[in-house]
Ligand binder design. Structure first.
Ligand code: DX5
Ligand code: ZN
Length: 232
């Protein structure tokens, strides 16, 4: 019985000059959601895009937009993403002075909420907020850039997060997604799934796949990722 797996291409590695097309193309190739990396050159040493870009993409797709905030502070910008049509909003506990309040702000706006854990950040921030969490996102690279190498100790952390989620779901009946972000590709996605992830961000592996001139390159890479997941 195969589990439901979700693949979330990160547009960080897309061609920004044709972003709308890049989004609709990966969705047409079977992607389940769009991972939207917001960086502020303050919390992380890079700068990307904000709510205005999210609002524009909302107009071209009905797919889930999974907003990963790598910004500090977070509360000022959360309502803007809610208005811009985000479906999921996650943030790093280190970037919020009041984690419970930030989660509540996201939930009150009708979005799903989640916490993101850097490679060295412990999972204890979850202890008293599980009821407000819809997704746990584990970083398998240090945030800020696409194309980095998967940090293998994240596999143990995934098993730990999986156990927390399963215990919580057994008690409450409520589902929480477990997403992995950083260095995911065809050669490691199955192992990552076996460690407990159900939702997979893939930036460079998807948008960097094949030749620009090949109109089927996203079909090919999405098919390859799914084929690996089917083996789990
Ligand atoms: C890194 C971002 C990731 C990034 C992943 O800070 O959060 O979402 O796009 O890129 P890859 O899949 O290339 O590691
Ligand atoms: Zn991300």
């Amino acid at each position: 019985m195969s589990k439901q797996y979700r693949i979330a291409p990160s547009i960080l590695s897309a061609d920004f000059a044709k972003l709308g097309q890049e989004v609709t193309d990966v969705i047409a190739s079977g992607a389940d959601m769009i991972h939207f990396d917001v960086m502020d050159n303050h919390y992380v040493p890079n700068l990307t895009f904000g709510p205005l870009v999210c609002e524009s993409l909302r107009k071209v797709t009905d797919a889930i937009i999974d907003v990963h905030l790598m910004v500090k502070p977070v509360d000022r910008i959360i309502p803007d993403f809610i208005k811009a049509g985000a479906n999921i909003i996650t943030f790093h506990p280190e970037a919020s002075e009041h984690i419970d309040r930030s989660l509540a702000l996201i939930k009150e706006g009708g979005c799903k909420a989640g916490l993101v854990f850097n490679p060295a950040t412990a999972l204890h921030h979850l202890d008293y907020v599980m009821d407000k969490i819809d997704m746990i996102l584990l970083m398998s690279v240090n945030p800020g850039f696409g194309g980095q190498k998967f940090i293998p100790t994240t596999l143990d952390k995934l098993r730990e997060a999986r156990a927390r989620i399963d215990a919580y779901t057994a008690k409450t009946g409520r589902e929480i997604w477990l997403e992995i972000d950083g260095g995911v590709n065809v050669s490691n996605i199955a192992e990552i799934a076996r460690a407990g992830a159900d939702t997979f961000v893939a930036g460079s592996a998807v948008y960097g796949a094949g030749k620009d001139s090949d109109p089927h390159r996203y079909d090919t890479i999405m098919g390859a990722l799914r084929a690996e997941l089917a083996k789990v």
